[in-house]
Design a protein around this ligand. Structure first.
Ligand SMILES: [Zn+2]
Length: 413
C-alpha cells in the first residue's frame, strides 16, 4: 500500500519515526478547573484538542446527516462519532482501508471516536447469539450472518483509523436480573481485557517493524482505547466494573448501558454514583445521552464527553431548540411568522430565514429543511456546551444549571 499520502489533504499526522518510538496512546486529559464536581478540561489528541465538557455530533455512516464537514468545522465541532457496526456492514472496513482510512474517506481531519458496535448489535440486529467468544448476529440490512469478537472489533477500528476507540461490551438491557447483569458484566470485563491485549500486541508488533500498518493515515500506536463501565442499575456491579477496568488502565472510561428504558431517577442515581469512582486524570464519557437536562446533571458530577443523535434527529423531525425552549416548526402559528426562529441565535439559519420559511420547507419535506434545521440545532448544542464551559470557568455553573434547566423544560412542541 502507498503510505506516502498523496490525496492533497493535510500532511500525515505522524512520522515514521514517531511510529516506532511511541509507546502507546497519545491522548492526554488536562484538567483546567473543577468546581463543585463539574470539570473544565481538554483532551489532547494527535488530530487536535477537544475542549471538555464536549458534545460529539453523531455521524453514524461517516456523515453527520445533512451537514458537510466544512459546516461541522464552522459550527465548532471538535470531534465526531462514527459507528463501527454500520461502517463494517456498509461500505465495509476494507473499502475504507482502500481509500486511506476514515479521515480521508470522509474528509474530516479532526479527531474521530468510533464505538465498538456492541450497542448496535444488541439494539438493531434481529437475531444474535452471545458466547464467551463473541456475538453472532444477522445484519439488519440484508440478513447476512456475521461474527464479532473483541479482537475483530479492535481490528476494524484500527483499519478505520479512529483516534478514540471503544472496547467491545455487552450493553446490559433494562430490566435485567442481578444474575443476568453480573454475567453480562463478566463478559464485558473479559472482552475489555481481550481488547486491551489486542491493542498491546498490535503496538508491540509494529515496534518490531513487522508489517502491521493497516492504515496509511493512522494506526494503533496513536489510538486511545476507552473501557466501558456496565453493571446495569446495580451499584455494587457498577463499582466492580469500574475497579476491574481501572486495574487494566484504559486511556479513558465510558459509562454505558444507561438510557435503555430505566426511569430517569434511576439513571441519575447510577451516574451520580459511578462517575466519582472514575480516575480523575482520564476522560469520562457518558455514552448515548444528550438530553441537555441530563447533560447538566452529568456534568455536575464530572462527566466530560457526550454523544447523542438528539439535535440532528430532532432537526429532521422539525423539533428545534431555542433559547426559550423547544418548538415544533410545523405549528400553524408560524405559517406567516416573519421572525427568525431564535432572535438570540447567531447561526446561519436564524440570520437568514424566517419561521414562516422554515415551516414551509418542513411541510413540503424539502431537503433544505433538514439542512437549515440541522445547522441550527447543532449550533444550539455546540454553543450550549461552550456556554457551559464558560460557566465552569467563571465559577457560575450552579446558576447556569438552574437557569437552563428551567428553560429546557419548556416544550412548545
Ligand atoms: Zn439558529
Amino acid at each position: 500500500m502507498d503510505n506516502t499520502g498523496s490525496y492533497g489533504d493535510k500532511p500525515r499526522v505522524m512520522s515514521q519515526e514517531s511510529q516506532v518510538t511511541s509507546q502507546g496512546s497519545s491522548t492526554i486529559y488536562r484538567n483546567i478547573k473543577t468546581i463543585d464536581g463539574a470539570r473544565l478540561g481538554q483532551i489532547h489528541t494527535q488530530r487536535g484538542i477537544i475542549n471538555t465538557p464536549a458534545f460529539i455530533p453523531v455521524g453514524t455512516n461517516a456523515t453527520v446527516k445533512a451537514m458537510n464537514q466544512d459546516e461541522l468545522r464552522e459550527l465548532g465541532a471538535e470531534i465526531i462519532l462514527a459507528n463501527t457496526y454500520h461502517l463494517y456492514l456498509r461500505p465495509g472496513h476494507e473499502v475504507i482501508k482502500k481509500v486511506g482510512g476514515l479521515h480521508r474517506f470522509m474528509n474530516w481531519q479532526g479527531p474521530i471516536l468510533t464505538d465498538s458496535g456492541g450497542f448496535q448489535v444488541f439494539s438493531l440486529s434481529p437475531l444474535r447469539k452471545i458466547t464467551n467468544e463473541g456475538v453472532e448476529f444477522r445484519s439488519h440490512l440484508d440478513g447476512s450472518t456475521h461474527f464479532l469478537t473483541p479482537e475483530f472489533v479492535m481490528e476494524i477500528q484500527a483499519v478505520l483509523g479512529s483516534d478514540i476507540v471503544m472496547a467491545f461490551d455487552e450493553c446490559t438491557p433494562y430490566p435485567a436480573t442481578k444474575e443476568y447483569a453480573l454475567n453480562s458484566l463478566k463478559l464485558t470485563t473479559d472482552w475489555a481485557k481481550r481488547c486491551k491485549e489486542w491493542i498491546h500486541d498490535a503496538r508491540y508488533k509494529m515496534q518490531d517493524k513487522e508489517i502491521f500498518i493497516m492504515n496509511p493515515a493512522s494506526c494503533v500506536l496513536h489510538q486511545s482505547l476507552f473501557g466501558i463501565v456496565q453493571g446495569g442499575v446495580y451499584k455494587d456491579l457498577r463499582k466492580q466494573s469500574v475497579e476491574e477496568l481501572i486495574e487494566m488502565d484504559f486511556d479513558g472510561y465510558a459509562i454505558g448501558g444507561l438510557s435503555v428504558g430505566e426511569p430517569k431517577e434511576l439513571m441519575y442515581e447510577i451516574i451520580n454514583y459511578t462517575t466519582p469512582l472514575l480516575p480523575p486524570d482520564k476522560p469520562r464519557y457518558l455514552m448515548g445521552i444528550g438530553d441537555l437536562v441530563d447533560v447538566l446533571t452529568a456534568v455536575s458530577v464530572g462527566i466530560d464527553m457526550f454523544d447523542c443523535v438528539m439535535p440532528t434527529r430532532n432537526a429532521r423531525n422539525g423539533t428545534l431548540f431555542t433559547s426559550e425552549g423547544r418548538i415544533s416548526i410545523k405549528r400553524e402559528e408560524f405559517k406567516a411568522d416573519p421572525e427568525p426562529l431564535d432572535p438570540d441565535c447567531e447561526c446561519y439559519t436564524c440570520k437568514n430565514y424566517s419561521k414562516a420559511y422554515l415551516r414551509h420547507l418542513f411541510m413540503n419535506k424539502e431537503i433544505l429543511s433538514m439542512r437549515l434545521n440541522t445547522l441550527h440545532n447543532l449550533h444550539f448544542y455546540l454553543s450550549f456546551f461552550k456556554k457551559m464551559r464558560e460557566a465552569i470557568r467563571d465559577e457560575t455553573f450552579d446558576n447556569f444549571k438552574k437557569e437552563q434547566t428551567l428553560i429546557l423544560q419548556n416544550n412548545f412542541v
